[in-house]
Design a protein around this ligand. Structure first.
Ligand code: NAP
Length: 238
């Protein structure tokens, strides 16, 4: 199915996992995805064949100059920020630099993205920021991720008001089989996914396609702003 008016969708941190799935779905429906990556050459070398024609631009949420440069790539209908930097671990082992990197990826960087790109948004345009279920379902060792993901939800509310009529939406995924958990190995991942599925109301883990649907809803429905879409199988509930 193709749109009559292709949408220009910038995917910051879109060079892996869920970003690949959004880019593929955007292409499929006739939109124009652009991937923003810290290392465009490396990202190009790891793109699946179906995405080989998607432009890749330099974008590092910890480097404001790269965000200013993105203005020349506009205008955009959607700017989606998928980046995350892990700072997991018990409180006694927290590292200041890792905490800063986590905030740069999900909070400070996206705020600066909004600063530099809000003037490059087409009418009806939206910033989509990635949060995550850890904010609503805290667990030992995940305090930094819970904190930054929670901040993302409030950032979407604040920016929806400040940037209006440009929109701002947060997406909060649950556990998604995006490749992020492959480091656990087959057995570890299977056990983790089974435990996750048993504990959430949907009784399964999510797929990248589940998240793609929510992102495209946020892009297309211009009456959605200032809210968090929980796409977590109900995992944020008690
Ligand atoms: N998958 C899940 O189960 C899950 C659950 C809850 C929330 N989420 C959230 O969903 C989002 C996407 O997740 P995913 O599974 O697709 O993870 P992913 O594959 O690790 O994607 C994260 C991307 O962020 C990029 N990145 C990190 N720091 C950056 C920076 N400073 N500037 C620009 N890009 C940066 C990484 O690029 P590099 O190659 O440069 O490192 C990577 O491509 C994340 O925000 C994650 O927290 C995912």
């Amino acid at each position: 199915m193709s749109n009559t008016t292709p949408k220009r969708i910038l995917l910051i941190g879109g060079g892996s996992g869920i970003g690949h799935a959004i880019a593929a779905a955007a292409l499929e429906r006739g939109d124009q995805p652009v991937i923003g990556a810290r290392d465009p050459q490396h990202t190009a070398s790891t793109l699946p064949e179906a995405l080989r024609d998607v432009p890749i631009v330099h974008a590092d949420l910890a480097d404001e100059y790269t965000l200013v440069d993105l203005q020349q790539r506009g205008p955009f209908d959607a700017v989606v920020s998928l980046a995350a930097a892990s700072a997991n671990g018990p409180i006694d082992a927290l590292d200041r630099t890792a905490i800063h990197n986590a905030f740069d990826a999900k909070v400070a960087g996206p705020l600066l993205l909004a600063k530099h790109l809000h003037g490059s948004m087409r009418p009806g345009g939206v910033f989509v920021f990635f949060s995550g279920v850890a904010a609503w379902k805290p667990a030992p060792g995940l305090s930094v991720m819970a904190t930054v993901n929670g901040a993302v939800a409030f950032m979407a509310e604040a920016l929806a008001v400040e940037l209006a009529p440009v929109r701002a939406v947060a997406i909060s995924p649950g556990i998604i089989d995006s490749g992020l958990w492959d480091f656990m190995g087959d057995d570890g991942k299977r056990d983790f996914f089974e435990a996750t599925a048993a504990a959430n109301p949907a009784r399964r883990v999510g797929t990248p396609a589940d998240i793609v649907g929510a992102v495209l809803l946020a892009v297309d429905n211009t009456f959605i702003t200032g809210t968090t879409l929980h796409v977590d199988g109900g995992g944020h509930l008690g």
